[in-house]
Design a protein around this ligand. Structure first.
Ligand code: SF4
Ligand code: SF4
Length: 344
């Protein structure tokens, strides 16, 4: 059973929930887009249901609520430091199935990888509850169905928007009492079953094929196309890499704050080691690394799913119109070519 709420009723619900929760959702920022006079949709706090953008995919993902692009992790003086503080309220995030699945990958990297949980991620993540935004149509850059990320059961509530307002179902007993008393109406969540674009998920049968794929000429086109700007990774709902910088307050170089900021494997110098050695010096090297990480290496390490959830934000943000799903399909074709050549 679900609950039917008009927009004024939803606003009243949001008002009551705000005593216990901060509500985050995709929100429109007018004239703040990449080009002049263009808008952008990104995650931010909302106070009213009508602030939520439904008819456009957010340009940036919900990951920014939990792991912002820049974040102060601690403050320091000569001989002591203090960890940055965080809020106490729970966070209610409105997001689509692919983005909930993306959090599963974020959790693996931040909380499980290496056996040590990242405290700055965990202290926020523990307070998060998901509100699934029903998504049955998708957009032209989506390929979540191919990646198996179009469905999820991991939500405290789910919501459908239609011409009569909002329809919620609330499986989480912690959240359900807030909805009691609203008009009841049957609601079963639907998921998208087909995207405009289908991706052939490549299977790399052995290490020999993997090594040949790394040297395949398909990667060379990116030396001419990719400008190594890193826009794709900033927008990606599953990218987690960061670096740290110290912000010194004044001439006393011993007082300041340490921030962590998003880093990108697509940007030159990302893998620079002590002594100046770099492993991936060309855009082609870096693209190969990213694509293999998203649709091979992560799964090889963790053994369940590919890291990419098919949200398509990387393709949508790329200023050089490089399509990630088309690149995966090219990689699948290259693997077939290598395997066929080995059989001859
Ligand atoms: S690689 Fe592209 S499509 Fe895949 S999760 Fe990242 S942004 Fe989404
Ligand atoms: S957004 Fe496009 S041009 Fe920029 S680094 Fe990514 S693939 Fe290259």
């Amino acid at each position: 059973m679900g609950y039917r709420l008009s927009y004024p009723e939803a606003d009243e619900l949001f008002r009551k929930l705000s005593a216990e929760y901060e509500i985050y959702a995709p929100k429109l920022f007018e004239k703040q887009g990449r080009y002049s006079d263009t808008d952008i949709v990104r995650y931010d706090r909302v106070k009213r249901a009508e602030e939520i953008v439904w008819d456009r995919k957010s340009d940036f993902s919900a990951k920014e609520v939990v792991s912002p692009i820049t974040q102060t992790i601690f403050y320091f003086t000569e001989d002591e430091y203090r960890e940055s503080r965080t809020g106490a309220k729970k966070l209610l995030i409105f997001l689509r199935p692919c983005d909930i699945n993306a959090f599963e990958h974020q959790d693996k990297i931040y909380l499980e990888n290496g056996g040590i949980a990242d405290v700055f991620y965990q202290r926020v993540r523990d307070r998060v509850r998901f509100v699934l935004m029903e998504c049955t149509e998708g957009w032209d850059t989506c390929f979540c169905v191919s990646m198996g990320a179009n469905r999820t059961n991991d939500y405290s509530a789910a919501v459908r928007r239609d011409e009569n307002g909002l329809l919620f179902t609330v499986p989480d007993p912690e959240l359900a009492p807030h909805f009691a008393g609203n008009r009841e109406e049957p609601f079963e969540v639907r998921f998208i079953e087909q995207n405009d674009f289908t991706v052939e998920i490549p299977e790399i049968p052995n290490k020999d094929v993997l090594n040949k794929l790394k040297k395949h000429p398909m990667w060379q086109e990116f030396n001419d196309r990719c400008i190594s700007c890193g826009s794709c990774t900033v927008a990606c709902s599953t990218c987690t890499c960061f670096t740290t910088v110290d912000k010194i307050y004044d001439e006393n170089a011993h007082a300041g704050e340490r921030r962590r900021v998003a880093a990108s494997c697509q940007v030159a110098g990302f893998d620079c080691m002590a002594g100046g050695h770099e492993f991936r010096t060309t855009p082609a090297d870096r693209m190969r690394y990213r694509v293999l990480h998203k649709v091979h290496d992560y799964k090889a390490r963790f053994g369940d799913f590919h890291m990419c959830v098919g949200c398509g934000r990387c393709s949508a943000r790329c200023p050089k119109f490089i399509s990630f799903p088309a690149t995966i399909n090219k990689m699948a074709a290259a693997i077939k070519e290598i395997v066929a050549a080995e059989r001859q």
